[in-house]
Design a protein around this ligand. Structure first.
Ligand code: PLP
Length: 408
């Protein structure tokens, strides 16, 4: 009674992960221990509610695991209250927004094409359907956030909530400035640090916690944990609302196996070696971005201070993001196409590609290996119609990756 089909699919996926250079900025490779916790018998347990206040019996051990996850998370981000139950970054954002404002209120977040996330007010998402959503953009010339423009828009539309924190922005955020803007219109301020959480936890990016009413994140990107979400705040009243909005507001039984895996990841993130890892992630992104700039590619904002950067591939090499993504995929290099601000391509095609270093840094790549891959990317694009040449590069990428095995 073994489902051979699914297990052979998993084997194929493992082979793909092993052979490919994984440059998707939102992905990572978890440790054996994170995987072990997530694949454990904790998946058998129902535990609606919160530690010591459950609606089911037999919760003494999952209570301990969830308490540990909460304590470690609070230590990691130096915050007072947190909820580790969100199934994903998106449900974390839904609960966070519901904890601050009412249905129909006005929200102001960054547009998706500018680097924001769907849950920050995109029209087809709950956040654009349930709320009166407006979006701010980056500056056309520099692709940088222009805080004066955000302020001007806020003064005009008077939002009840301003959201900052992005999926494709490579420069630091000034949370104090956002707080000032929010205060000037009596709005709540929420930061979604899904991407930069690892940098915030290790001090390589300023923390939003002193300035924001709520901070949300995913746990599976730079934090290198299982797929899931978290919510943090220093305000006890907001914390109570968050708990109610997660359960029973949006979710039912928490995924206690995932929460245990989150606890393991937070334990790992509290070690000194994790700080070194994040530092290397940033050095690697900067080295790679510099290589592309030297080769004449157009990099948004002219570089990066974090784990990712964006290439305007249409402007650089006259191809769409989709075309570039497919071409690289055919040579064992995985990236994602990404709209760029003011994009004239539809999101399905996009003018940009987004490149991130967290995943391959986990596998041991340093600047040298990232530059080797960057060089292959340039060669692949230059020889895009020469399949023989491309196959030779594909082989070189897999050969390189044999020296950098998955940690799990
Ligand atoms: C900034 C940001 N917030 C939220 C999310 C949503 O996370 P999930 O995919 O877990 O729903 C993402 C994921 O890409 C993100 O980049």
């Amino acid at each position: 009674m073994i489902d051979q089909k699914i297990f052979s699919i998993i084997d194929e996926e493992r082979k793909r992960q092993e052979e490919n250079a994984e440059l998707i900025a939102s992905e990572n490779f978890v440790s054996q221990e994170v995987l072990r916790a997530q694949g454990s018998i904790l998946t058998n347990k129902y535990a609606e509610g919160y530690p010591k206040k459950r609606y089911y019996g037999g919760c003494e051990f999952v209570d301990e695991a969830e308490d540990l996850a909460r304590e470690r998370l609070k230590k990691l981000f130096n915050c007072e209250y947190c909820n580790v139950q969100p199934y994903s970054g998106s449900t974390a954002n839904m609960a966070a927004i519901r904890s601050l404002i009412e249905h129909g209120d006005t929200i102001l977040g960054m547009g998706v094409d500018a680097g924001g996330h769907l849950t920050h007010g995109y029209k087809l998402s709950f956040s654009g359907r349930d709320y009166n959503s407006y979006s701010y953009n980056v500056e056309k010339e520099t692709y940088l956030l222009n805080y004066d423009e955000v302020e001007e828009l806020a003064l005009k539309i008077k939002p009840k909530l301003i959201i900052c924190g992005y999926s494709a922005y490579s420069r630091p955020l000034d949370f104090a400035r956002f707080r000032k803007i929010a205060d000037s219109v009596s709005a709540y301020l929420m930061a979604d640090i899904a991407h930069i959480a690892g940098l915030v936890a290790t001090g390589y990016h300023p923390s939003p916690l002193p300035y924001c009413d709520i901070v949300t994140s995913t746990t599976h990107k730079t934090l290198r944990g299982p797929r899931g979400g978290i919510i943090m705040t220093n305000n006890p009243e907001i914390a109570k609302k968050v708990d109610k909005n997660i359960f029973p507001g949006i979710q039912g039984g928490p995924l206690e196996h995932v929460i245990a895996a989150k606890a393991v990841a937070f334990y790992e993130d509290l070690q000194d070696s994790y700080k070194d890892y994040i530092h290397q992630v940033i050095l690697n992104a900067q080295a790679m971005a510099k290589f592309f700039i030297d080769k004449g590619y157009s990099i948004l904002t002219g570089g990066t201070d974090n784990h990712l950067f964006m290439i305007d591939i249409k402007k650089s090499r006259n191809m769409t993001g989709l075309e570039c993504q497919k071409l690289l995929e055919s040579c064992n290099i995985t990236v994602n196409k990404n709209s760029i601000p003011f994009d004239d391509e539809k999101p399905f095609y996009a003018s940009g590609i987004r490149i991130g270093t967290p995943a391959m840094t986990t596998r041991g790549y340093k600047e040298e290996q990232f530059i080797e891959i960057a060089n292959y990317i340039d060669e692949i694009i230059t020889h895009k119609d020469d399949r023989k040449y491309l196959d030779a590069i594909k082989e070189k990428v897999s050969e390189l990756n044999k020296n950098y095995p998955l940690p799990n």
